[in-house]
Ligand binder design. Structure first.
Ligand code: CS2
Length: 404
């Protein structure tokens, strides 16, 4: 471990964090900032142990399909497992000089429970309470998950969870002194195939709503902007939505990698149609073009060196698709604009749910029988979805499913 005291806590130690936020923090350190991350695994204690075994050092290999460059990353200086290490983590967050908690915990982590230690928002409330008891200095809590309005969603859930502690002044302190900037993160980081080496693309982007953390993470390529919404919607609707479409198409056709799926001209055309339709659902940020962005996404997905499995992206559809497609369809229906290609993606998902023997989804017990019965209305009316799909879309999905 270096000399710098831990001042950033990351919840969700996985490949994405190691090849994204940890790389930015590394660049800030190389630029003279005194920063050090403690990264927390909440799923598997082995994740925490394996980075420790490698001496908190690993390589990020950026490959564009032709050549590659390696970057050594040492910004993570300690790893923990939650819940086992919660006392040590509380101590870290309570430190006077502590700066920020960053999060990559996937869509399904954003839920509320009466048991404070059972969910991510409850754990955040617990850690913030430890800080509040020690110092009233505010910090930043930065969600980096693919949800639009991720900061606002996190704040609402943390405030609700903090209510369980039963101290209104503490809850008010969170509301006033802890910032929850919305963010957009982007980099394709497939599950690693070799210990200690993460293969990724050269591209990486992090857009954060203006926040006090800029003092420590400014000047290294992170965009600090007034409003992240346009960036979030552009990424979720023009990138993640087509990623999901390609993943289910690949799973149904037995094509292992999405880079291979998009090479088929008929799949590439479907991607273009989805992007064109989705682009009418939001306002592109100033200085960006939906066409240029969409083309760049198609090229990035087709990067042959990534080895990004269809199976990996197909996971957790019930958690991802509301943010990637349901809201887009709802907006387009309101505007009286066509939604057929987006409905087609949902039909492909239903087809996959009914046919695949490797569905990996927290709602699979409910989804699979409805998908097998081709009960579109029943499936899309499940109350568990984070966003309610406009029922006007049901008949179009049903028809697309019939015509597949
Ligand atoms: C992918 C994302 O697995 C998935 O659902 O769509 O992880 C995607 O690779 C990233 O959001 C890219 O920034």
């Amino acid at each position: 471990m270096g000399n710098t005291k831990v001042n950033i806590l990351h919840m969700g130690l996985g490949a994405f964090h190691k090849a994204h936020q940890a790389v930015y923090v590394q660049r800030a350190i190389n630029n003279g900032q005194k920063l050090a991350i403690a990264a927390v695994s909440q799923r598997d204690p082995k994740e925490a142990a394996s980075l420790a075994d490698m001496g908190f050092k690993y390589l990020v290999r950026q490959s564009d399909g032709v050549s590659s460059t390696d970057e050594e990353i040492t910004s993570i200086v300690a790893t923990y497992f939650y819940p086992k290490d919660y006392l040590a983590l509380a101590q870290i967050v309570a430190d006077e000089d502590f700066l920020a908690i960053t999060i990559t915990a996937t869509e399904k982590a954003y839920v509320y429970s009466d048991d404070l230690q059972a969910t991510l928002p409850g754990r955040l409330a617990y850690l913030l309470h430890a800080r509040y008891l020690k110092t009233k200095k505010g910090i930043s809590v930065i969600s980096c998950d693919n949800l639009s309005g991720n900061g606002a969603i996190t704040k609402a859930l943390v405030l609700k969870s903090a209510g369980l502690i039963g101290d209104a002044i503490f809850t008010n302190w969170i509301d006033k002194e802890v910032t929850f900037p919305n963010t957009m993160v982007d980099r394709i980081v497939p599950a690693p195939k070799q210990a200690g080496v993460l293969v990724t693309e050269p591209f990486m982007q992090w857009v954060i709503e203006k926040d006090r953390i800029e003092k420590h993470l400014g000047g290294i390529g992170i965009q600090f902007v007034d409003d992240v919404a346009g960036y979030e919607l552009m990424k979720l609707r023009l990138f993640n939505a087509v990623h999901s479409a390609l993943a289910y198409t690949g799973e149904l056709a037995g094509i292992e990698y999405v880079a291979q799926v998009i090479k088929d001209p008929k799949h590439e055309q479907l991607v273009k149609n989805i992007q064109e339709q989705a682009a009418s659902s939001f306002e592109v940020p100033a200085g960006e073009s939906a066409d240029a962005y969409s083309a760049a996404i198609r090229k990035r997905i087709a990067n042959p060196s990534l080895g990004h499995r269809s199976e990996q992206i197909a996971m957790d559809g019930s958690q991802k698709l509301p943010h990637r497609l349901f809201t887009t369809i709802n907006v387009l229906i309101e505007k009286n604009l066509p939604t057929n290609y987006l409905s087609l993606v949902l039909a492909i998902w239903v087809d996959y749910l009914g046919k695949s023997d490797r569905v990996n989804d927290p709602l699979k017990e409910k989804l699979i029988p409805l998908a097998k019965a081709k009960d579109v209305a029943g499936l899309f009316s499940l109350p568990e979805f984070a966003v309610k799909l406009n029922p006007k879309a049901f008949s179009e999905i049903q028809e697309a499913l019939r015509n597949l």
